[in-house]
Design a protein around this ligand. Structure first.
Ligand code: FAD
Length: 453
């Protein structure tokens, strides 16, 4: 029999034990806490780098709870109320979910629990300032980043939540399904996230401002996956930055601004759930895109890193191999698909979600819209990234390209960005450019002009 006073803590995008307000609420509410993770087929039906990374994180959480974590496979709307009934929990505690699917799911679970006289209690969110909290003076959400960012700074945020001194996990004999095994060697879990963050804070942050745009240097924090799964909360990061000697540096400000982009996109999605897969800027819905077998062939070349544009191909191959891509290269590759190949951004957004370990519906799909020009930027339609000048500027010695595109390793320095300029450029059978960038740029600008009229 379960203890008479048990609360459930249902983990989702908060796979940690530090700075966890919902954990504190669950501990306060009952003598025992049953930690639960649901293997929801809706989220786990595809075997992707993202789902593997998630499962590795769940395994780390299970260890951190010393095996108390109960894992159940099934629809949360069935699983959670059944478990609550089984252990006699009056309350199920969660961190509030803010994505369209998460919100719908939680509403259904809340209703099912209420039908049995139980409660879903949401405390905190995966963000420093919860989506929906920041509005302008007339009570409307912000549509562009800079004013949102100013308001975000003014809004203030709570300090990190203390870890409970003792967490009274329920250790009854509650059945737990096995956690599907993730590939060995995947870095995951709270301890690894904190270690990575501390190393970056002490050794990486000061150079961030100058070097963050350089894919060849690998000098960003690589915390996107830990943040995605809530292995570390941005509140912790922000508090550590404020307490650190470099906290007031330009580098620290720039890093905080990147975290605010994450908060901004979550806020946009909160206010406009449809923007996950539809153009935010309605007037551009008329923009014509290419399709058909020739386009399919070009999209395949893009997916496989065979466009003939070295920085694009390096990025796409890094994505396939590492499940991660540098931010600058995400922009260049997204621009290439939407503006050189004239393909609607959801095609690329889906490919990224299928391959990124940090794939996040808010940051990914709004990042894509930002590049495509249909999103939150004020007048971005004329921004078409030139893959050659971008490559030469941000990978000046060609090291990033040579790392991911072995066919270009015989070209020294920045020559790797322009094999067509060198007699031996194609000795190793690298493809020629699949389209002419200058022509496609003109075509894109003409299409945007027509659509805006
Ligand atoms: P750092 O430079 O160290 O930044 C620190 C953190 O700030 C990141 O971990 C991330 O949480 C946040 N951040 C940084 N840049 C952005 C940004 N532009 N938008 C939102 N948050 C940001 N980020 C994701 O987390 N998941 C995605 O699925 C995703 N898809 C993207 C798709 C496109 C087309 C573009 C242009 C950007 C996308 N980003 C996404 C944002 C960004 O590229 C990654 O967050 C970043 O590359 C992750 O590396 P990092 O942790 O080393 O970043």
């Amino acid at each position: 029999m379960a203890a008479p006073s048990t609360s459930i803590l249902w983990f989702r995008r908060d796979l940690r034990l530090n700075d966890h307000p919902a954990l504190l609420a669950a501990v306060d509410a009952a003598a025992h806490v049953l930690p639960v993770f649901v293997l929801d087929p809706r989220l786990l039906d595809k075997d992707t780098p993202r789902t593997r990374r998630l499962l590795a994180s769940v395994a780390a959480l299970s260890k951190a709870t010393r095996g108390a974590l109960v894992v159940r496979r099934g629809d949360p709307v069935d699983v959670i109320p059944r478990l609550a009934g089984q252990v006699g929990a009056q309350q199920v505690h969660v961190s509030r979910e803010t994505t369209p699917y998460g919100r719908r799911r939680d509403e259904a679970v809340e209703k099912a629990l209420a039908d049995d006289g139980r409660e879903l209690v949401a405390t905190g969110t995966p963000y420093a300032v919860g989506p929906g909290r920041i509005v302008n003076q007339s009570g409307s959400p912000y549509k562009v980043f800079t004013p949102f960012s100013k308001a975000w700074h003014q809004h203030g945020r709570p300090a990190p939540a203390a870890r409970p001194k003792r967490i009274p996990w329920l250790r009854d004999d509650v059945h737990s399904d096995p956690i599907p095994e993730a590939p060995a060697g995947l870095e995951a879990g709270e301890a690894a996230a904190l270690k990575r963050w501390e190393a970056f804070l002490h050794d990486g942050l000061t150079a961030y401002d100058e070097e963050r745009d350089r894919p060849d240097l690998d000098t960003t924090s690589r915390l996107s996956a830990p943040l995605k799964y809530g292995e570390i909360h941005p509140r912790t990061i922000l508090a550590d930055i404020a307490a650190h000697s470099a906290g007031r540096s330009q580098a620290a400000n720039t890093y905080v601004t990147e975290l605010i982009w994450r908060e901004f996109y979550a806020d946009v999605l909160w206010h406009q759930p449809d923007s996950a897969w539809h153009d935010l800027r309605g007037e551009l819905a008329k923009l014509p895109y290419d399709s058909g077998s020739e386009t399919d062939r070009l999209v395949d070349a893009w997916r496989e890193g065979r466009t003939g544009y070295p920085i694009v191909d390096a990025g796409m191959r890094q994505l396939l191999e590492e499940g991660w891509m540098h931010n600058r290269v995400r922009m260049i590759t997204a621009s290439f698909l939407t503006k050189d190949l004239h393909v609607w951004w959801p095609v690329g957004a889906q490919h990224f979600l299928d391959h990124l370990i940090d794939g996040d519906i808010a940051s990914n799909n709004h990042g894509w819209q930002w590049v495509a020009g249909t999103g939150t930027d004020a007048s971005p339609y004329f921004r078409v990234f030139n893959p050659v000048t971008q490559g030469r500027k941000f990978d000046p010695d060609g090291d990033y390209v040579r790392r991911w595109v072995p066919e270009l390793r015989h070209l020294p320095g920045s020559a790797a960005h322009e094999p067509w300029k060198h007699d031996n450029g194609y000795d190793e059978l690298y493809p020629h450019p699949v389209v002419d960038h200058d022509d496609e740029r003109k075509e894109t600008l003409a299409r945007y002009e027509r659509a805006r009229r």
